[in-house]
Design a protein. Structure first.
Length: 297
């Protein structure tokens, strides 16, 4: 199975976000931790998978490949085309990466770290990290989207009527063998964003709409098309703190995802840096030196 990661640098490098959902520094306290996250994620996936591909823009390649020296098996520099896009739609880079794939793949976010192969997901048509049911905040964002957006696919409206508690998923890892459907979903998601581009400017926290246009839209479309989706984990509630906990890695925990605002926790940041120093000291010290030289900004 091929691993894909995508990095659009604009949301990370923007100085000052809109209305409380800033993606600057990738959500981390300091830019050092953002790139330590990239390093630990890439290097650990490389331990278990021969092919780990990066889809990025020119600045992303300069920092991740030329300066930090991450050993991606292949790098595609194609995301400069989004230079004029609103950084609030930061997941558009993931959709672009999906459309480029010609073989089965798993896309992994840069804040996902593994300590074994994800055997449960290989050879499956469609895969996600876990399903999410009645998770807080979805309804708040969905209500605002219904109020503001001029275009919402009928299958999403019908799914909400049938399942008002909202059945979605977490796409920390996402992909599978059904490339036709994955590309259909990516096209749908990009069309959803394009048709509601003006309305997005009225959203109170536009960055959080990713819950709807990425994870909920995929879930609704998969159900509408009667597609089978496999989850790595069976839980359906919010376990962000548990997922971001590095302390059990030494005792066999094989997967960490520093989701959302867990990146603002100092203990999480320190655990990440210590894990990188322990497992890949060369990269830890290189990133520290680059940060001191202001070569990561």
């Amino acid at each position: 199975m091929k691993i894909v990661q995508s990095y659009w640098s604009k949301p990370v490098m923007e100085t000052g976000g809109r209305r409380g959902d800033d993606r600057q520094r990738g959500g981390w306290i300091d830019i050092r931790f953002h790139y330590m996250s990239w390093a630990l994620s890439c290097l650990n996936f490389k331990k278990f998978y021969n092919e780990v591909e990066l889809v990025t823009d020119s600045l992303g390649k300069e920092i991740l490949i030329n300066r930090i020296g991450l050993p991606y098996s292949h790098t595609m520099t194609v995301l400069d085309c989004y230079e004029n896009e609103d950084p609030a739609v930061w997941a558009i880079s993931k959709f672009h990466a999906y459309t480029l794939q010609k073989e089965p793949f798993i896309h992994a976010d840069n804040d996902v770290f593994i300590w074994r192969t994800l055997t449960e997901l290989e050879h499956k048509p469609l895969v996600v990290q876990n399903f999410e049911v009645n998770v807080s905040f979805y309804k708040q964002i969905w209500k605002e989207i219904v109020d503001q957006f001029s275009y919402i696919p009928l299958y999403m409206r019908e799914d909400f009527i049938a399942r008002p508690e909202i059945h979605s998923c977490n796409a920390g890892v996402f992909g599978g063998n059904d490339l036709v459907f994955i590309k259909e979903f990516a096209t749908e998601a990009m069309a959803f964003l394009a048709k509601n581009k003006l309305a997005m400017k009225n959203m109170r926290m536009p960055g959080w709409t990713v819950l709807i246009y990425e994870q909920y839209l995929f879930s609704c479309l998969a159900r509408a098309k009667q597609k089978q989706v496999t989850a790595l984990f069976s839980f359906t509630d919010n376990r962000n703190v548990e997922m971001a906990d590095f302390s059990k890695v030494a005792r066999g925990k094989f997967y960490v995802h520093t989701i959302s605002n867990t990146k603002q926790n100092e203990m999480t940041c320190n655990s990440l840096s210590e894990r990188l120093r322990l497992e890949h000291p060369e990269y830890y010290y290189r990133i520290e030196q680059l940060a001191k030289a202001h070569a990561l900004e």
